[in-house]
Write a protein that binds this ligand. Structure first.
Ligand SMILES: [Zn+2]
Length: 138
């Protein structure tokens, strides 16, 4: 049986990440506490944009970890891996691409066909430009 509030009101809040005001809508509160079963102590502290950003950050992190420990990677896996690494780098969570490079080096040997080599070279280029821009971009 649901024991939380039975009435909800739109609440004006300030996002803890970007400090902008946003509205925690009554319908959204109802969804959180009744449909999703969140504790009524759970509070909404981030605006929708920042919540989305965090979710995609978490996804990049999970992708990076998963692909890092994966054995043989297809070119597609490598591309997802590099994308995740670049995302993490942008967020300041990945300081060095050393592991990424090591994996690309291993992949160069594992995929000797010219199409894969081309793809891997392109991934290397993306890392290089991220490193060069790394100190300039926020
Ligand atoms: Zn925000």
């Amino acid at each position: 049986m649901f024991m939380g509030p039975t009435m909800y009101f739109d609440i004006l809040k300030t996002c803890v990440d970007c400090r902008r005001h946003f509205i925690f809508y009554a319908a959204e509160q109802k969804h959180w506490y009744e449909d999703l079963g969140f504790s009524t102590a759970a509070d909404c502290v981030r605006c929708v944009d920042c919540r989305k950003l965090r979710q995609s950050d978490e996804r990049s992190h999970a992708d990076y970890q998963r692909l890092l420990s994966m054995g043989r990677k297809s070119l597609e896996d490598l591309s997802s891996f590099v994308n995740a690494a670049l995302d993490l780098h942008r967020q300041g969570k990945l300081k060095s691409f050393e592991k990424v490079r090591a994996i690309l080096n291993a992949a160069t040997e594992a995929h000797p066909d010219s199409q894969s080599q081309e793809g891997i070279t392109e991934l290397r280029e993306r890392i290089r430009s991220a490193e060069q821009g790394g100190d300039v971009d926020p």
